[in-house]
Design a protein around this ligand. Structure first.
Ligand code: IMP
Length: 183
Protein backbone atom coordinates (compact mmCIF):
# COMPACT_ATOMS: atom_id res chain seq x y z
CA UNK A 1 0.00 0.00 0.00
CA UNK A 2 1.37 3.40 -0.98
CA UNK A 3 1.82 6.54 1.11
CA UNK A 4 1.23 4.96 4.49
CA UNK A 5 3.50 7.34 6.37
CA UNK A 6 2.02 10.51 4.90
CA UNK A 7 -0.10 13.12 6.68
CA UNK A 8 -0.54 11.22 9.90
CA UNK A 9 -3.06 12.91 12.16
CA UNK A 10 -2.63 10.53 15.11
CA UNK A 11 0.19 8.06 15.56
CA UNK A 12 -0.28 4.51 16.81
CA UNK A 13 1.49 5.50 20.05
CA UNK A 14 -0.81 8.51 20.63
CA UNK A 15 -3.86 6.35 20.03
CA UNK A 16 -2.61 3.61 22.37
CA UNK A 17 -2.01 6.15 25.14
CA UNK A 18 -5.49 7.64 24.78
CA UNK A 19 -7.21 4.25 24.55
CA UNK A 20 -5.67 3.28 27.92
CA UNK A 21 -6.89 6.57 29.43
CA UNK A 22 -10.39 6.00 28.05
CA UNK A 23 -10.40 2.47 29.47
CA UNK A 24 -9.53 3.87 32.90
CA UNK A 25 -12.38 6.44 32.65
CA UNK A 26 -14.83 3.73 31.62
CA UNK A 27 -13.64 1.32 34.31
CA UNK A 28 -14.21 4.02 36.93
CA UNK A 29 -17.65 4.93 35.53
CA UNK A 30 -18.98 1.37 35.76
CA UNK A 31 -17.62 0.65 39.25
CA UNK A 32 -17.14 -3.09 38.76
CA UNK A 33 -20.50 -3.69 37.04
CA UNK A 34 -20.72 -5.99 34.00
CA UNK A 35 -20.85 -4.14 30.69
CA UNK A 36 -21.93 -5.29 27.24
CA UNK A 37 -19.82 -3.67 24.54
CA UNK A 38 -21.77 -3.12 21.34
CA UNK A 39 -19.12 -2.84 18.66
CA UNK A 40 -20.33 -1.11 15.50
CA UNK A 41 -18.93 -2.99 12.48
CA UNK A 42 -16.68 -2.66 10.71
CA UNK A 43 -14.82 0.52 11.63
CA UNK A 44 -14.84 0.10 15.42
CA UNK A 45 -13.34 -3.40 15.43
CA UNK A 46 -9.74 -2.31 15.99
CA UNK A 47 -10.68 0.24 18.66
CA UNK A 48 -13.01 -2.19 20.49
CA UNK A 49 -10.44 -4.96 20.56
CA UNK A 50 -7.79 -2.64 22.00
CA UNK A 51 -10.17 -0.94 24.46
CA UNK A 52 -11.65 -4.13 25.91
CA UNK A 53 -8.22 -5.45 26.87
CA UNK A 54 -7.70 -2.48 29.19
CA UNK A 55 -11.13 -2.54 30.85
CA UNK A 56 -10.91 -3.76 34.43
CA UNK A 57 -14.55 -4.90 34.42
CA UNK A 58 -16.54 -8.02 33.57
CA UNK A 59 -17.09 -7.48 29.84
CA UNK A 60 -19.19 -9.08 27.10
CA UNK A 61 -19.07 -8.07 23.46
CA UNK A 62 -21.62 -8.19 20.64
CA UNK A 63 -21.64 -6.68 17.17
CA UNK A 64 -23.99 -4.60 15.04
CA UNK A 65 -23.57 -3.54 11.44
CA UNK A 66 -25.40 -0.54 10.06
CA UNK A 67 -25.37 0.98 6.61
CA UNK A 68 -23.12 4.00 6.23
CA UNK A 69 -21.21 5.71 3.47
CA UNK A 70 -20.74 2.98 0.87
CA UNK A 71 -18.34 4.53 -1.60
CA UNK A 72 -19.15 8.17 -0.81
CA UNK A 73 -17.56 10.51 1.73
CA UNK A 74 -20.92 12.04 2.59
CA UNK A 75 -23.68 10.77 4.86
CA UNK A 76 -27.01 9.99 3.22
CA UNK A 77 -28.97 10.15 6.45
CA UNK A 78 -30.52 6.73 5.93
CA UNK A 79 -29.51 4.17 8.56
CA UNK A 80 -30.29 0.50 8.12
CA UNK A 81 -29.43 -2.45 10.39
CA UNK A 82 -27.43 -4.98 8.36
CA UNK A 83 -26.54 -7.21 11.33
CA UNK A 84 -28.35 -7.12 14.65
CA UNK A 85 -27.21 -8.16 18.14
CA UNK A 86 -27.23 -11.88 18.89
CA UNK A 87 -29.32 -11.72 22.06
CA UNK A 88 -31.62 -9.64 24.23
CA UNK A 89 -30.15 -6.58 25.94
CA UNK A 90 -32.99 -6.05 28.41
CA UNK A 91 -31.60 -5.09 31.81
CA UNK A 92 -27.99 -4.97 30.60
CA UNK A 93 -25.51 -2.10 30.86
CA UNK A 94 -24.64 -1.22 27.27
CA UNK A 95 -21.65 0.65 25.96
CA UNK A 96 -21.73 1.35 22.22
CA UNK A 97 -18.19 1.38 20.82
CA UNK A 98 -17.94 3.54 17.68
CA UNK A 99 -15.01 4.63 15.54
CA UNK A 100 -16.14 8.16 14.69
CA UNK A 101 -19.12 10.47 15.18
CA UNK A 102 -19.63 12.67 12.15
CA UNK A 103 -23.17 13.94 11.42
CA UNK A 104 -24.39 12.01 14.49
CA UNK A 105 -27.18 10.35 12.47
CA UNK A 106 -25.91 6.80 12.94
CA UNK A 107 -25.59 7.02 16.72
CA UNK A 108 -28.81 9.01 17.11
CA UNK A 109 -30.61 6.17 15.34
CA UNK A 110 -28.71 3.38 17.13
CA UNK A 111 -29.28 4.84 20.59
CA UNK A 112 -33.03 5.24 19.98
CA UNK A 113 -33.24 1.73 18.59
CA UNK A 114 -31.31 0.14 21.48
CA UNK A 115 -33.10 2.18 24.16
CA UNK A 116 -36.42 0.81 22.90
CA UNK A 117 -35.14 -2.66 23.94
CA UNK A 118 -34.96 -1.55 27.60
CA UNK A 119 -31.30 -1.89 28.62
CA UNK A 120 -30.43 -0.92 32.22
CA UNK A 121 -28.20 1.85 30.82
CA UNK A 122 -26.75 3.03 27.53
CA UNK A 123 -23.54 4.97 27.00
CA UNK A 124 -21.37 5.66 23.96
CA UNK A 125 -17.62 5.70 23.54
CA UNK A 126 -16.15 6.97 20.29
CA UNK A 127 -12.50 7.11 19.36
CA UNK A 128 -12.96 10.20 17.16
CA UNK A 129 -15.48 13.04 17.07
CA UNK A 130 -15.99 15.58 14.27
CA UNK A 131 -18.41 17.97 16.02
CA UNK A 132 -18.24 20.50 13.16
CA UNK A 133 -20.29 18.21 10.91
CA UNK A 134 -23.25 17.42 13.17
CA UNK A 135 -26.72 17.26 11.63
CA UNK A 136 -28.36 16.12 14.87
CA UNK A 137 -27.23 16.99 18.37
CA UNK A 138 -25.17 14.13 19.77
CA UNK A 139 -22.66 14.16 22.62
CA UNK A 140 -20.73 10.92 23.25
CA UNK A 141 -20.23 9.94 26.90
CA UNK A 142 -16.54 9.14 26.28
CA UNK A 143 -14.42 10.47 23.41
CA UNK A 144 -10.82 9.79 22.43
CA UNK A 145 -10.05 12.76 20.21
CA UNK A 146 -12.00 15.68 18.74
CA UNK A 147 -10.75 16.26 15.21
CA UNK A 148 -11.37 18.93 12.54
CA UNK A 149 -13.46 18.25 9.44
CA UNK A 150 -11.10 15.85 7.65
CA UNK A 151 -11.95 12.50 6.13
CA UNK A 152 -9.68 10.11 7.99
CA UNK A 153 -8.64 6.49 7.54
CA UNK A 154 -6.68 3.88 9.47
CA UNK A 155 -7.04 2.14 12.85
CA UNK A 156 -10.21 0.48 11.50
CA UNK A 157 -11.55 3.41 9.46
CA UNK A 158 -11.81 2.90 5.72
CA UNK A 159 -12.31 4.55 2.38
CA UNK A 160 -13.98 2.05 0.02
CA UNK A 161 -12.81 -0.73 2.38
CA UNK A 162 -9.16 0.33 2.02
CA UNK A 163 -6.70 1.53 4.69
CA UNK A 164 -8.37 -0.11 7.73
CA UNK A 165 -5.14 -1.85 8.73
CA UNK A 166 -3.03 1.30 9.10
CA UNK A 167 -1.84 1.54 12.73
CA UNK A 168 -2.26 5.33 12.86
CA UNK A 169 -5.01 7.71 11.68
CA UNK A 170 -4.33 9.48 8.38
CA UNK A 171 -6.05 12.28 6.47
CA UNK A 172 -7.48 11.26 3.10
CA UNK A 173 -7.43 13.51 0.07
CA UNK A 174 -11.18 13.80 -0.55
CA UNK A 175 -11.11 14.12 -4.36
CA UNK A 176 -8.58 11.42 -5.08
CA UNK A 177 -9.48 8.90 -2.37
CA UNK A 178 -5.77 8.83 -1.54
CA UNK A 179 -3.76 9.85 1.46
CA UNK A 180 -2.64 13.49 1.54
CA UNK A 181 0.75 14.15 -0.01
CA UNK A 182 3.51 15.26 2.33
CA UNK A 183 4.31 18.93 2.83
P1 IMP B 1 -22.43 9.68 11.06
O1 IMP B 1 -23.73 8.94 11.03
O2 IMP B 1 -22.39 10.76 10.01
O3 IMP B 1 -22.09 10.22 12.42
O4 IMP B 1 -21.32 8.70 10.56
C1 IMP B 1 -20.82 7.68 11.28
C2 IMP B 1 -20.09 6.70 10.37
O5 IMP B 1 -19.60 7.31 9.17
C3 IMP B 1 -18.85 6.19 11.06
O6 IMP B 1 -19.14 5.08 11.84
C4 IMP B 1 -17.95 5.86 9.89
O7 IMP B 1 -18.23 4.57 9.41
C5 IMP B 1 -18.32 6.85 8.83
N1 IMP B 1 -17.40 8.01 8.81
C6 IMP B 1 -17.63 9.28 9.18
N2 IMP B 1 -16.55 10.06 9.02
C7 IMP B 1 -15.58 9.25 8.55
C8 IMP B 1 -14.20 9.46 8.22
O8 IMP B 1 -13.62 10.57 8.33
N3 IMP B 1 -13.52 8.37 7.79
C9 IMP B 1 -14.09 7.13 7.64
N4 IMP B 1 -15.37 6.90 7.96
C10 IMP B 1 -16.12 7.94 8.41
Amino acid sequence: MKNINREELLSAAEIARRVKELAAEITAAYGGRRVLLVCVLKGAVVFASDLMRYLDLPVEIDFMAVSSYGSETATSGAVRILKDLDSSIQGKELLIVEDIVDTGLTLDYLCKNLLSRKPASLKVVTLLDKPARRKVEFIPDFCGFEIPDYFVVGYGLDYNQDYRQLPGIHILHPEKGELQPEG
